[in-house]
Design a protein around this ligand. Structure first.
Ligand SMILES: [Zn+2]
Length: 489
């Protein structure tokens, strides 16, 4: 068996070998293998790669690269016919909680290309930082670009990407046939923006960039025209930098403490006959979606941002939260015919230790039958609350991302065969000086121990104010909807 990842969908080995040096013929031709597919023949004529597009030829060359590492002196005669299972194949990197340089990102982009991943989802804004320069709103990075510390650790975290940096990454990705999707997270995870521009909040809240983790109540007001205008303006600037048609607008974990008492938000609920604050989020997001649709762009939202069920326009669901109601929200969107990106928290979240999410579990994830027909593809996200540097980034990312990459591309999954091939793939990681995890399937006790250690440490970094705000929100919502029920009776 060839030691390739992702494994090609059809391999026929033939008798004979091709000695080095050899010719590589690239031929663009009509093919039934689709835009990303390719056919490779290795015989006496050399290596011939045929595809309908440059992208297909590129994937053929990625396969060849792996073969050349495995077979140093001569390549076996063979025929490969290959095309991906899913057309969206993603990796998400959070560059907010910790900052990564352009060079550090490019190193990962090289890996994405080799794994035939075609989308880099770039998480650029959050409570703890704003990492993309805006000319119209310079305070976003001047104020929002740094936090003094994280729960008293005294370590400053700062940095942002200039427009030049962004263009450099986008261009580098383009050379590797990778689309870049920026994520501007709204209305929640917005504290860094509010620290810079308090008028974006419900009560002109003066605050600092978040210095602890968890779900914060500093969210954008959904009842003020000035907030919408700010966001439209900002998005115009973002669109100029990112040519791919999709923009991620987050939508996750929007704690609605302020919305419940904000006169502007409540007025918007009443005037638009909305049932509750979840529907207000749907109303808010619909305005953003329509604005972007009007500019020929499409939007992606995390599934817990779709609980209102009332978002209109061209939008894709990213399924991460697996609670009953959030899963149902994803099903409901799928029923409307929307596409879904599959990123299950318990299987694909790369920020959790191997004791909780071992490689085997990641590889063997079963697609939910209720989503199957609408799956656009899979994505593994790396959130970096507890990822302080690039070595840790790589330890958390690999080899689990390699498993997701194979599941994304290869139509027939086989974990045992994957493990055998992975041994060879580690050689490539070594050559590229990737600090991958050496123990992705820890023994039970070791795994549990690492997990407890992780959560004890994580708990220390949670902002207690956020926990209080969550409790207060729950209480307020209970009161509000209970009294409403009574009134109806
Ligand atoms: Zn408000």
């Amino acid at each position: 068996m060839l030691k390739l990842i992702p494994y090609p969908n059809k391999v026929t080995l033939k008798e004979g070998v091709l000695e080095k040096p050899y010719k590589i013929n690239e031929i663009k031709t009509l093919s039934s293998l689709g835009e990303e597919g390719y056919k490779m023949t290795i015989d006496n004529d050399g290596v011939t790669i045929k595809a309908v597009s440059d992208k297909g030829l590129f994937y053929g060359k990625q396969t060849l690269k792996q073969l050349e590492i495995q077979y140093k002196n001569a390549l076996p005669f063979l025929e490969i016919e290959d095309s991906p299972q899913y057309s969206y194949r993603g990796y998400m990197l959070d560059c907010v909680r910790h900052f990564f340089t352009v060079e550090e990102i490019k190193k990962q982009i090289d890996m994405l290309a080799l794994l035939k991943i075609n989308t880099f989802h770039w998480h650029l804004t959050d409570d703890q930082g704003w990492r993309i320069k805006s000319d119209k709103y310079p305070l976003l990075t001047e104020v929002g670009g740094s936090r003094k510390q994280t729960m008293g650790d005294g370590i400053k975290v700062e940095g942002y990407y200039s427009k030049e940096d962004i263009r450099e990454i986008v261009d580098y990705c383009k050379q590797n046939y990778i689309n870049v999707i920026p994520e501007i997270d709204i209305p929640g995870h917005f504290r860094a923006a509010i620290a810079a521009y308090p008028h974006l909040s419900c009560f002109q809240q003066k605050t600092i960039v978040g210095e602890g983790y968890g779900i914060s109540p500093y969210i954008a007001c959904a009842g003020k025209q000035s907030v919408y205008d700010f966001l439209y303006d900002l998005l115009d600037e973002i669109l100029e930098l990112f040519p791919y048609e999709y923009i991620h607008l987050g939508g996750d974990e929007a704690l609605k403490l302020n919305w419940i008492t904000c006169p502007d938000c409540q007025k918007t609920i009443q005037e638009n006959n909305l049932k509750n604050e979840e529907e207000l989020q749907g109303y808010f997001m619909t305005k953003m979606v329509k604005y972007l649709n009007g500019k020929g762009r499409k939007v992606i939202n995390w599934n817990d941002g779709m609980l209102g069920g009332n978002i209109q326009g061209d939008i894709v669901v990213q399924y991460w939260k697996e609670s009953k109601e959030c899963k149902q929200a994803a099903y409901d969107e799928v029923k409307k015919g929307r596409k879904v990106i599959v990123s299950p928290f318990f299987s694909f979240y790369l920020d959790y230790p191997a004791g909780m999410t071992p490689l085997k579990k990641t590889y063997n994830y079963k697609i939910d039958i209720n989503m199957e027909g609408n799956v656009w593809g899979l994505e593994a996200p790396l959130w970096t609350e507890h990822v302080e540097n690039v070595n840790k980034l790589e330890e958390m990312t690999y080899p689990r991302l390699i498993a997701v990459a194979e599941r994304n591309w290869t139509k027939r999954a086989d974990y045992k065969s994957f493990l055998t091939r992975l041994k060879y793939f580690y050689k490539i990681l070594d050559m590229r000086k990737i600090a991958y995890s050496k123990n992705p399937n820890p023994f039970f006790l070791k795994g549990k121990f690492d997990m407890i250690k992780f959560f004890v440490n994580a708990l220390k970094k949670v902002d207690k104010e956020n926990i209080k705000a969550q409790r207060a929100t729950k209480k307020l919502l209970n009161q509000k909807y209970k009294s409403a029920q009574k009134e109806r009776k």
